[in-house]
Design a protein around this ligand. Structure first.
Ligand code: HEM
Length: 475
C-alpha cells in the first residue's frame, strides 16, 4: 500500500471514529432518553393534535381522541397540544403522582391567555410562595365559614327563593336557574351582597362577559370576547375594590347582620390590597360555573334514574319530618344526607365537571419506565380515570349505590383535583347542591324533553341550557 493510501485510510478511520464518538456521546443518550418518552404522535406542525383533543363529546364519555390514542399507544401517550410537546395521562397512578408533586416535579401551567384574563396574582394560576400564601387564606376562610350557621341559612334561603319563583311556571331553563343560585350564594358569602343590590347585577353582567372570554379564542383585538373579558375583569376588580374600601371605612363590618369572607379577609395581613381583591374574584369564579354545572348534571341524571330519585326523596323527607315547619337545615341534618352524598359523588364521577388540569414538568421525570422530559406540558385527564371500566364497574352507568362501598378519597376519584392545589371550595359546593336538592326533590317533579346532554368542549355545557318541564307538587 502506498503512503498516500495509508494516509487516506487513517483519515477515514479517524473520521468514522469521531462520528461514532459523537453518536455515542451526544445522540445516543438523546435517542435513549426520547426512546423512553411515551409512544404517540405530534400531529400537525404548530397546532399538533390540539383540535382533535378539543373535539366536543358527551362529558360522560371519554371522546374519540382519548379512545383512539389510549387503544393505540396506552393510557399514557405523547402528543403536541396547546403549542407544546405534551404527555397526556389517563393513568390513575400517574395522575395521582402528578397532583402530589406540585411545585416539586410538576407545576400548574395554564395557557398564557388564561393568565391575561385572570391576572397574575390569581390563585388559580399563581405558583410557589404566592400560591401558598393565597391558599392558606382560602383554607382558613373555608374553616371559619363552615362553622357559621348563618352561612348554611343563607344557602338554604337562596335555594328556597329560586324554587319559589318556579311555583307558577311549567318550564324553566335549568342551567340559568342553577347559575342564578350559585352566583347569589357566592356573592353573598364573599361580598355580603344580596341579589337585589345594584352591585350584584353589575358584577353578574361583567361576570357573564368574563366567562364568555375565558372560553373564547384569545385575540386581544377590541370587540372580541377575549378583549371584552379582560375589560370586564378590570371592572369587576374596581367594583370589588370599592366594596372593600367602603367596608374598611365602616371599620370592617358589613351593614347587615350576617358576616362574610370580606370581613375576615380585611383582617388578613399576609395579603396585599390587590391580592385581597383578586382572592375575592377567584372565589367568585371558582364557585360559580362549576357548582351550577354539577347541579345541572344531577338534575339531568336523576331524571333518568327514577330509583335513585325516589331514594333521595325519602332521605330528604325523613330529615324534614324531624324538623319544625320552615325550620332551617343545620350541619347535623347535612351529615344525615348519606345517599345525597352518593348521588353527588356519582354525578361528579360520571359527569366530569373538570375533564383535565394543566401542568408542566419542572425536570426530567421517570415514572413506570416512561420519561417525561423537563419543560413538557403534562395533562392528567380525570374523566378518563373516572370512566375507566377496569377501575369502576359499569363505568358508563349512573349508579350512585357504588359509593356505599367505595372510598371517595381514593386515587381513582379526583373531581376536585388533589395535592396542594386541591379545590378549597369542594365542601361548599356539596353543601349548596345538597340543600338545593333537599327543596327540589320534595317540591317538584321534572322531566327533560329535548334530549339535551352535558357536552365537554372541553369546558362542559348543556347546549340548550337544559329545559325542564316542572310540576309543583304540594306536600
Ligand atoms: C362542583 C364544584 C367544583 C368543582 C368540580 C371544582 C373543581 C376544581 C378543581 C379540579 C380544581 C383544581 C385545579 C388545578 O389543579 O389546577 C379546583 C381548584 C380551585 N377551586 Fe374548585 N371546584 C368546584 C367548586 C369550587 C367552589 C365552590 C369554589 C369557591 C368557593 C372553588 C374555588 C377553587 C379555587 C380558588 C381553586 C384553586 C385552588 C388552588 O390552586 O390552590 N371551587 N377546583
Amino acid at each position: 500500500m502506498s503512503m498516500a493510501g495509508g494516509f487516506w485510510i487513517a483519515l477515514l478511520v479517524g473520521f468514522v471514529g469521531s462520528l461514532l464518538g459523537i453518536i455515542v456521546n451526544h445522540f445516543l443518550p438523546l435517542f435513549l432518553k426520547f426512546g423512553l418518552v411515551p409512544k404517540g404522535t405530534f400531529g400537525w406542525p404548530v397546532l399538533g393534535e390540539t383540535l382533535s383533543f378539543l373535539k366536543p363529546h358527551p362529558s360522560n364519555s371519554t371522546g374519540t381522541f382519548l379512545q383512539h390514542h389510549c387503544s393505540r399507544y396506552g393510557k399514557v401517550f405523547k402528543s403536541h397540544l396547546f403549542f407544546s410537546p405534551t404527555v397526556v395521562s389517563c393513568d390513575q397512578e400517574l395522575n395521582y403522582f402528578i397532583l402530589q408533586n406540585e411545585d416539586k416535579l410538576f407545576q400548574c401551567s395554564y395557557p398564557k391567555p388564561i393568565h391575561g384574563i385572570l391576572g397574575k396574582i390569581s390563585m388559580l394560576v399563581a405558583v410557589g410562595d404566592t400560591h401558598k400564601r393565597l391558599r392558606n387564606v382560602a383554607l382558613s376562610l373555608v374553616t371559619t365559614t363552615k362553622s357559621n350557621p348563618q352561612f348554611l341559612n343563607d344557602i338554604e334561603r337562596t335555594a328556597i327563593d329560586i324554587l319559589d319563583s318556579w311555583k307558577h311556571k311549567h318550564q324553566v331553563t335549568f342551567c340559568e336557574e342553577a347559575r342564578k343560585f350559585t352566583f347569589n350564594v357566592i356573592v353573598k358569602q364573599v361580598l355580603g351582597l344580596t341579589p337585589d343590590e345594584p352591585e350584584t347585577a353589575k358584577i353578574l353582567e361583567d361576570f357573564l362577559t368574563f366567562m364568555r372570554g375565558l372560553i373564547s379564542i384569545p385575540l386581544y383585538i377590541p370587540g372580541t370576547p377575549y378583549a371584552r373579558a379582560v375589560k370586564a375583569r378590570t371592572r369587576i376588580f374596581s367594583t370589588v375594590k370599592a366594596i372593600i374600601e367602603e367596608r374598611r371605612r365602616n371599620g370592617g363590618k358589613s351593614n347587615k347582620s350576617s358576616s362574610d369572607f370580606l370581613e375576615i379577609l380585611l383582617c388578613v395581613d399576609t395579603l396585599s390590597e390587590d391580592e385581597k381583591v383578586s382572592f375575592a374574584l377567584d372565589s367568585l369564579l371558582g364557585g360559580y360555573e362549576t357548582t351550577s354545572l354539577l347541579m345541572s348534571m344531577l338534575v339531568h341524571f336523576l331524571a333518568q334514574s327514577p330509583t335513585a330519585l325516589q331514594q333521595l326523596k325519602v332521605e330528604h323527607q325523613n330529615i324534614r319530618n324531624l324538623k319544625k315547619k320552615d325550620e332551617f337545615l343545620n350541619l347535623d341534618d347535612y351529615k344525615k344526607m348519606d345517599f345525597t352524598q352518593n348521588v353527588i359523588n356519582e354525578a361528579l364521577r360520571y359527569g366530569n365537571v373538570v375533564k383535565f388540569v394543566h401542568r408542566k414538568a419542572l425536570k426530567d421525570i421517570k415514572f413506570k419506565g416512561y420519561l417525561i422530559p423537563s419543560g413538557w406540558k403534562v395533562l392528567p385527564v380525570f374523566s378518563a380515570v373516572h370512566l375507566d371500566p377496569s377501575l369502576h364497574a359499569s363505568a358508563f352507568e349512573f349508579h350512585p349505590w357504588r359509593w356505599e362501598s367505595q372510598d371517595q378519597t381514593c386515587k381513582k376519584f379526583t373531581p376536585f383535583g388533589g395535592g396542594s392545589r386541591c379545590c378549597p371550595g369542594s365542601e361548599l359546593a356539596k353543601v349548596e347542591v345538597a340543600f338545593f336538592l333537599h327543596h327540589l326533590v320534595q317540591n317538584f317533579r321534572w322531566s327533560i324533553e329535548d334530549g339535551d346532554q352535558p357536552i365537554a368542549y372541553p369546558y362542559v355545557e348543556f347546549q340548550r341550557g337544559l329545559t325542564l318541564k316542572v310540576d309543583h307538587c304540594s306536600k
